[in-house]
Design a protein around this ligand. Structure first.
Ligand SMILES: [Zn+2]
Length: 291
């Protein structure tokens, strides 16, 4: 009895154990199916997810590799005032470009053109600057309005010191600050016949452009330079494109670096392009001056 009694619980325990085993056995197939299903799902995810991530990160890396990091450079635009330049044709030329024209039309277009190099021009200031009227003032104006290109097509370098003499010294970059992140554009009424801009390399890159021009009519009566012009139907050039070009010189680029027109110098939509090597060269110079 005692054995029976003693066995009862054992039998009972064994019975429960059996029930459990049987239950597991009978459900084993289902457990395996469920486990496989879960495992299958997670395995699928484990395989697919990294693939997805890989392809996303690849495309991100890929686009990052192609997208140039932005370099921001500061621009000071000087609108030269208190100056009337009487052209030999008898036409009086005064500055007509406004600060609004610079801020809302010229600089946005300048940035549109320079976007290809990842360079952004930020307006440091737009100064309405009265010209310096030294003792040779009138002589300088006469020289500039009569300046012409030579038989080789080169513009007259002798007009440049005259233009420089009209700039207020306190608004130029001091010698010790020339390599800083500050670039100058001077808008003069006129900078010489058939000439629209000059980077003024020998005058510390205080670049000049004319708001009147007779380049498009071969030295005839000057007309207002266009603020911007459609990239696809280039006919005259514009202030924005001329500034983009001169600033390219300041960033070390020169003409004739490519077989086709470059440095914004062409006569069609290609005239807004710079070459890959020019992009690299301009970015090296820009980075060096961007701090
Ligand atoms: Zn040039």
């Amino acid at each position: 009895m005692s054995i029976k009694t003693n066995n009862k619980p054992l039998v009972y325990k064994t019975h429960i154990f059996y029930k459990m085993v049987n239950s597991i056995k009978s459900n084993f197939v289902w457990i395996v199916i469920i486990a496989l299903f879960i495992l299958g799902c997670s395995t699928e995810e484990a395989i697919e997810e990294p693939k997805k991530q890989e392809s996303i990160s690849y495309s991100e890396e890929d686009s990052n590799e192609n997208a140039l990091s932005i370099i921001t450079l500061n621009l000071r635009v000087h609108i030269m005032k208190d100056i009337t330049m009487v052209h030999p044709t008898g036409f009086p030329l005064e500055n007509w470009v406004t600060t609004d024209d610079v801020e809302k039309t010229i600089v946005p277009e300048l940035n549109d053109i320079w976007e290809q190099a990842g360079i952004v021009w930020s307006i440091e200031s737009i100064l309405e600057e009265n010209v310096v009227k030294g003792e040779n003032y009138q002589e300088s104006l006469n020289y500039i309005v009569n300046a012409k290109r030579d038989s080789n097509g080169n513009s007259d370098p002798e007009r440049l010191p005259h233009l420089y003499s009209l700039m207020q010294p306190q608004h130029r970059s001091a010698e010790e600050n020339l390599r800083n992140n500050l670039f100058h554009i001077y808008l003069f009424p006129f900078i010489g016949n058939t000439s629209q801009g000059n980077a003024m390399k020998s005058f510390n890159n205080h670049s000049v452009v004319g708001t009147w021009t007779n380049k498009h009519n071969g030295g005839g009566i000057p007309e207002k330079t266009l603020l911007t012009e459609s990239h696809s139907s280039f006919t005259r050039g514009s202030l924005a494109r001329t500034i983009a070009h001169e600033i390219g010189h300041v960033l070390t680029l020169s003409h004739n670096e490519c077989a086709n027109e470059c440095l914004m110098g062409g006569t069609n939509s290609d005239g807004y392009q710079i070459t890959d090597s020019q992009i690299i060269a301009s970015r090296i110079e820009a980075i060096g001056r961007s701090f």
